[in-house]
Design a protein around this ligand. Sequence first.
Ligand code: ADP
Ligand code: NA
Length: 290
Amino acid sequence: MAIWNLGSINADMVYSLPHFPAAGETLAATGFDRFLGGKGANMSVAAARAGSHVAHIGAVGADGSWSIRRLMEYGVDTRHIVQVPEPTGQALVFVDPTGENQIVILPGANRAIPETAIQAALAEAAAGDTLLIQNETNAQAMAARIGRDLGLRVAYAAAPFEATAVLAVLAFLDLLILNEIEAQQLQQATGQAPEALRVRDVIVTLGARGARHIDTGTGEIRDYPAIPVTPVDTTGAGDTFTGYVLAGLDRGMALPQAISQAMRAAAIMVTRHGTADVIPDLRDVQESRL
Ligand code: ADP
Ligand code: NA
C-alpha cells in the first residue's frame, strides 16, 4: 500500500530579531535558520517515519532542490515533485527575544502544481492506497475526485481552515481530520455538527485533551485522552498526528490502534523543538515510555 500526499513544501526561514520591526524600520537579524516545513511536507515525513511508502505530490521552484533532497533523506518518494516557474513556498518566521513570532507565508509553487503532474502521479496509485490532501495546494477537489474514482482512501486535513476548500472536497472524503477550532468553523459554515457530515470517519484533535473519533456510519463517538507530557513546542503536533494515523491505516491497523499510536507520536513531538526535522520515527514511539 502507499500514501499519495498532495501537499505543500515550504522553506521555513527563521530570523531571530531584537524586536519586531516597525513600519519603515530596517533591522539586522541576530540569527537565522532554515528548516523544511509546510503542512504537506511535515505529514509526508511523519507518515514515512511511521513506516509507510509515501509519495509526495507537489511543486517547488528553481530554488527547491534543497527541500526535495531533504524529503528524500527522510524516506519520502519525491518522484512526483515537479519544478515550476514560481518560487518554492516559504514561511518567513520572525522570532523576538521573548519567543513570540510573526509569520508570513508565501504559497508560491504550492498553489501552482500542474494538474497534469497530479494526474500522472495518481495514475500510479492502486485501489486501497491512501490519498492525503491539506489546504495549502491548488487542485484539491480535482485530486479528491480522482482519488474517490480510483477507490483510494481519501483523507483531508482541514488546515489551514477555509470553509469553501473543505466543502469542495467533502463529498469525496473517507476521513476528515480537524482540530477543535476548525471543527467549530466547519460547524458554523455548514450549520451541521461533525457527526452529521457525510464522511465516514471524522477525527477532531483536541490538543492537550486528546482526540475524538466520530464514526458517522454508526454514530459512535470515542474519546482518546492525550498522553500527558510537558510541552515545549506544539508546532507540528497536528501534522505528526495526521501522518501517523494515515500510516497506521495504510499498514492495516484498525483506526483505534492507528489513533493511539499517532497520539504517542504527537506527544513526543510536543516535547521537541522544531518541525519536520524532529518528527519521531516508529522506534522512538515504540521505545518511549509514553
Ligand atoms: P493542531 O496542531 O493541528 O492544532 P492539536 O493541537 O489538536 O492539533 O494536536 C494534535 C494532537 O497532538 C492531539 O490530538 C494530541 O494527541 C497531541 N497533542 C497536542 N498537544 C498536546 C499536549 N500538550 N500534550 C499531549 N499531546 C498533545
Ligand atoms: Na500544532
